[in-house]
Design a protein around this ligand. Structure first.
Ligand code: FAD
Length: 358
């Protein structure tokens, strides 16, 4: 019988499991896929994030620097206008996700094995009954999958995605180009790492076919590449309610995306998943302390939620013109840096938790 069970071998689940095992506990991680690296539908994939490596190391006890790469280039394309970014100024990194040996998932998996964590692959929890069978204080970190949201009655919006990937010869390229345009009310981007090139268009409403065509054209004009085939799929995202961030589902502890840690404007994806994995591990022995840290880490969720709602009433043309005008007023080399510092509320939250630790 294991003392602690973690459901989901993604970023939050692995950070949590490593921390619990290092405390001397017997930890079992159960994972629906047959191997590490999440869903083959969208991994391997390059994911980009501003990250404070020292802060994350001090807070989670895990040095992820061997599994990240500095950006070689970055820019935003705002309604057709290219805005270059000084990536050094915002300490941003590209991270490979998925099953390959070069991914962050594989790196954390190897640390987990070294710490004595046990894994059962090809086993999942899919219904409220499955989750009820777990021992008390189990941690559920099942990411962007519907079953966790439905079982714990976490309100979600369905987000719609078009994604394309291909191999490239330049394995040193780590770029990101972020697109704000009429084709999405969220954003779209292309990115690369370790010879994988990805294009991803998403929004929290169904995407029209001509929007995909528009994005494809914009990518071709700006970057000169095309993709042979596109996958279309949907995810649950925890942006349906202003009070959505939650660390407890009854006697169970929630972590990562399921707990509301979702994306840069609310609580940064990768960064947030790593931080929330540590908070979940704290919750196993001290619910009060973990709850305090969690509230602090997710405190921008409300303002980000309200901002997003307000922006949804602004006509796209007006929004585009205002965004362009605001960017033009800033010195070129500071535009993206200031956007990250002031606009990414979730990223700022993460920092408020990790930065005090070193
Ligand atoms: C295509 C894509 C691109 C992204 N790009 C970025 C980016 O550029 N920057 C960024 O910061 N964030 C990005 N994100 C978001 C980021 O990946 C997530 O925020 C982060 O992975 C959340 O961590 P997690 O631990 O909650 O979930 P995950 O890391 O997704 O892990 C969830 C794990 O649980 C397993 N699982 C799911 N359901 C079950 C079940 N019922 N039973 C057992 N196991 C289960 C899954 O197979 C998976 O291994 C992206 C996400 C996707 C899908």
């Amino acid at each position: 019988m294991f003392e602690n069970v973690v459901v989901g071998a993604g970023l939050a689940g692995l950070v949590c499991a490593i921390n619990l095992a290092r405390e001397g506990r017997d930890v079992l991680v159960i994972e629906r896929e047959q191997r590490i690296g999440g869903s083959p539908l969208y991994h391997p994939s390059p994911e980009g994030t501003p990250i404070d490596l020292e802060g994350i190391k001090a807070y989670t006890g895990i040095d992820i620097s061997p599994a990240v790469k500095k950006f070689t280039s970055g820019r935003a394309v705002v309604y057709g206008e290219v805005v270059p970014a000084d990536m050094d100024a915002i300490s941003s990194y590209m991270i490979e996700r998925g099953p390959r040996s070069t991914s962050l998932d594989s790196y954390l998996y190897s640390l987990a094995l070294k710490s004595g964590v046990k894994f059962e692959f090809g086993r999942g929890c899919f219904s409220p009954d499955d989750f009820m069978q777990l021992p008390p204080d189990s941690v559920v970190a099942t990411g962007l999958h519907f079953e966790g949201f439905d079982s714990f009655l976490v309100p979600y919006l369905t987000s719609f995605h078009y994604l394309a990937r291909k191999k490239i010869e330049d394995t040193d390229s780590t770029h990101v180009t972020i697109y704000h345009d009429d084709f999405t009310t969220d954003y779209a981007y292309t990115s690369s790492i370790n010879g994988v090139l990805l294009a991803h268009l998403f929004q929290r409403y169904p995407i029209k076919k001509d929007a995909l065509k528009h994005f494809q054209e914009r990518v071709y004009i700006t970057e000169g590449f095309e993709f042979d085939s596109w996958e279309h799929f949907t995810f649950p995202v925890p942006a349906a309610s202003i009070s959505n961030p939650r660390i407890f589902g009854g006697r169970t502890i929630l972590a990562g995306t399921l707990s509301g840690c979702m994306e840069p404007y609310m609580f940064f994806g990768i960064h947030g998943a790593l931080v929330s994995g540590k908070i979940a591990a704290i919750a196993v022995s001290d619910r009060g302390k973990a709850h305090e840290e969690f509230l602090k880490a997710t405190s921008s969720f409300r303002s980000a939620y309200l901002l997003k709602k307000a922006l949804s009433f602004v006509p796209k043309g007006v929004y585009g013109a205002a965004l362009k005008a605001a960017l033009r007023r800033l010195p070129e080399d500071e535009r993206i840096g200031r956007f990250v510092k002031h606009g990414m509320l979730g990223w700022k939250n993460c920092q408020s938790v990790v930065a005090k630790k070193y």
